[in-house]
Design a protein around this ligand. Structure first.
Ligand SMILES: [Zn+2]
Ligand SMILES: [Zn+2]
Length: 238
């Protein structure tokens, strides 16, 4: 059976061999939703990376940790992303969130599935996504992270668990300073009753971008406090 999102998207968007970004038609695209030109403009994160948060670091950092991960404890085990948050990737994520391009979830979902397979980052019991506040969900009509999380869940046969909720509405992040953004998000998440089933499991948390890491860390805090054994994260870019 096809997921609701899938059957809905196929009705409104012709997608085989079409690049979602530049709308070029090319038979080489197949069902990857991305042409070679656009893909070449998606800047990959290149090593050396912090082994915890994937920040690009210089060679010679102690334990391969960035200075922030050396100084502060995180609730998550590690966070990975294929791309650097700049240029065309940044533009595409912005369109996905703010220009109603919900169908981009397939493009990004496919990228993350391939990345996970290629890097052996697939050993998880459940997939969880960063929730939106109810009012933001109503405004946007979809949760961009949840669409991707469900896509990954379906493709890799790892169950999706709807276990997090956002208790406080946070300001649109782009308008805030780094410090106030971080303060604003502390304790903004809690687990739902349904979270009983994920106790003692290993969870992959999905979000669109990793900026300060505060969102991922706060979701991980809620999950760990609930009794989850290990939280890892994936985002499209960081
Ligand atoms: Zn393209
Ligand atoms: Zn780090």
């Amino acid at each position: 059976m096809k997921s609701y999102a899938n059957s809905f998207m196929e009705l409104i968007y012709p997608e085989k061999n079409v690049c979602f970004i530049c709308e070029a038609y090319d038979e080489l695209i197949g069902d990857r939703y991305l042409c070679r030109d656009c893909e070449a403009h998606f800047k990959k994160l290149t090593p050396p990376l912090c082994r915890k948060c994937s920040k690009q670091i210089d060679y010679g950092y102690a334990d391969n940790l960035c200075s922030e991960c050396t100084d502060t404890n995180k609730y998550f085990e590690e966070s990975k992303s294929p791309y650097s948050y700049e240029g065309l990737v940044k533009k595409a994520i912005y369109s996905y969130k703010y220009y109603n391009k919900a169908y981009y979830f397939k493009l990004f979902g496919n990228i993350l599935v391939e990345f996970m397979k290629n890097t052996g980052y697939t050993d998880f019991d459940f997939i969880v996504s960063v929730p939106l506040h109810r009012s933001r969900m109503q405004e946007r009509g979809y949760n961009q992270s949840q669409l991707i999380a469900k896509y990954i869940s379906e493709k890799l046969s790892i169950p999706y668990a709807d276990v997090l909720k956002r208790t406080r509405k946070t300001q649109k992040q782009s308008r805030q300073s780094r410090l106030s953004r971080r303060r604003n998000i502390i304790n903004a998440f809690e687990t739902k009753k349904s979270a009983d089933k994920i106790i003692h499991s290993s969870v992959l948390l999905v979000d669109d971008i990793y900026t300060t890491g505060a969102t991922v860390n706060e979701c991980a805090r809620a999950l760990i406090n609930k009794g989850v054994s290990k939280v890892s994260a994936i985002t499209i870019a960081r």
